[in-house]
Design a binder for this molecule. Structure first.
Ligand code: PMT
Length: 409
């Protein structure tokens, strides 16, 4: 993929700044012209000379610089850029963006920029998890900033968790894809159809205070619900417990357990044209929910688990069944297991994703999907879940409109 665009790279002061040097190299290799803006603290981590050498352009750092104003002042830089990417974006920088502060060149550029803006956060995991940082992230997202990462893993501070800046190769392909996607929105393709989507995890109670759950954040399912709505569908979202805001113009049915999700989906499915099972439904639930808190006694204890009802398979078995799309979350043998689920559960389509890897799957902003149907399939490359959801919805719309899948005609 080529990137024949003007890319403005903002570098703020974190240890991940060294990775951005590689990002410049990769972007230029793909044909982009790159200019770099550094904050004062970024220059403590890496020399502007490194970025100057790699980008082939002078590095900008001063808001009020008479020389710069004559050549590339903040307004000209903002106008020059086809895309602004801030990598790494520290907690402080994100807080400034979310509040509209403009006390240095980079934050001022953000306000002056009319091009798409991307940020790749990098910070200590506790800072990332802090409620105020998450609120700031949500706020800039609402202002159309697209957030790449961060990823989970070992951190320079010795801790482990979410906060590592995404790798330059990942950021580069994300940007390339985003630029390619800057095409007019696709015409609605599910106009007038009712679409039922499940999202998020379930919680299976052990006692009044404990439960078994999984890492699903609901982001994939919520993105699908919004994409289906934008494609003209009437959408119902059955959601497990997640920390996401209910999307506008979508009916959200909140549930907690697999049994509740089963009830909510099965009572609605016959009335829908499409069902997409993106939820990570518990396969097993404690056979007995203890009415009182389980007391700590023996060194070891045993919990008896019982299989939950397979919602997806039951939907596909309905007499009046919707076009049924399952998900498969796999750590190995992805295609074999996904195709087995497709055939065994008699699905129309299955979207398989790798889980337990550094990028994609559970609770990340990005994902890739390997979509299979009988005698066919398509890979949707790693991109943000919003874009990926749009691609999957287009694929579903294409399949549902094939003569084989047209029902009642
Ligand atoms: O929510 P995110 O953080 O954005 O993460 C997205 C995701 C990884 C959760 C999503 O992309 C995904 O893979 N969802 C399905 C996860 C899963 O439970 O996979 P599975 O292979 O165990 O289940 C296969 C299918 O059966 C799924 O469609 C699931 O919804 C369905 N199922 C499973 C068990 C059950 N009792 N009833 C079901 O309907």
């Amino acid at each position: 993929m080529t990137i024949n665009k003007h890319i403005l790279l903002g570098v703020s002061g974190g240890i991940a700044a060294y990775k951005s040097a590689e990002l410049v190299r990769l972007l230029r290799k793909q044909g982009a012209e790159v200019r770099v803006v550094m904050t004062q603290s970024a220059m403590q981590f890496i020399s502007p000379l490194t970025f100057q050498s790699l980008s082939g352009n002078p590095v900008h750092s001063e808001l009020l610089d008479a020389d710069a104003e004559n050549a590339m002042g903040h307004i000209s830089l903002a106008r020059w850029a086809d895309l602004l990417i801030i990598a790494p974006a520290t907690a402080n920088l994100i807080a400034k963006l979310s509040h509209g502060l403009a006390d240095d060149l980079l934050s001022t550029l953000y306000l002056a920029a009319t091009c798409p803006v991307y940020v790749a956060p990098a910070m200590n995991q506790a800072m990332w998890n802090k409620a105020v940082t998450q609120e700031n992230i949500e706020k800039i997202r609402r202002h159309s900033v697209r957030v790449i990462g961060p990823e989970q893993g070992d951190q320079a501070c010795g801790e482990t968790g979410f906060g590592r800046m995404s790798e330059p190769t990942g950021i580069c392909s994300f940007l390339a894809q985003a630029l390619e996607d800057q095409t007019p929105a696709a015409a609605p393709c599910l106009h007038g159809l009712k679409v039922l989507i499940s999202a998020g995890p379930t919680r299976e109670p052990l006692d009044p205070v404990r439960y078994i759950t999984n890492r699903s954040s609901g982001k994939m399912g919520y993105a699908l619900a919004k994409a289906a709505l934008n494609a003209g569908a009437e959408v119902t979202l059955v959601s497990g417990p997640v920390a996401l805001a209910a999307p506008a113009n979508i009916e959200v049915v909140n549930v907690e357990t697999a049994a509740q999700m089963h009830e909510a989906v099965m009572s609605r499915a016959p009335d829908h044209a499409i069902y997409i099972g993106a939820a990570a439904v518990a396969d097993y639930s404690p056979a007995i929910m203890q009415p009182e808190k389980i007391k700590k006694q023996d060194e070891q204890t045993t919990i008896i688990l019982q299989k939950t009802k397979d919602i997806l398979a039951e939907v596909a078995r309905l007499d009046k069944r919707p076009f049924t799309v399952g998900f498969a979350a796999e750590t190995h043998n992805l295609e074999a297991y996904a195709r087995d689920k497709l055939a065994r559960k008699k699905l129309d389509m299955i979207a398989a994703n790798w889980v337990g890897r550094e990028l994609g799957g559970f609770d990340s902003e990005q994902n890739a999907l390997h979509v299979f149907w009988e005698n066919g399939g398509e890979t949707l490359e790693m991109t943000d879940k919003t874009r990926l959801a749009e691609q999957l919805i287009s694929l579903i719309a294409g399949r549902i409109n094939t003569p084989l899948n047209k029902k009642g005609e």
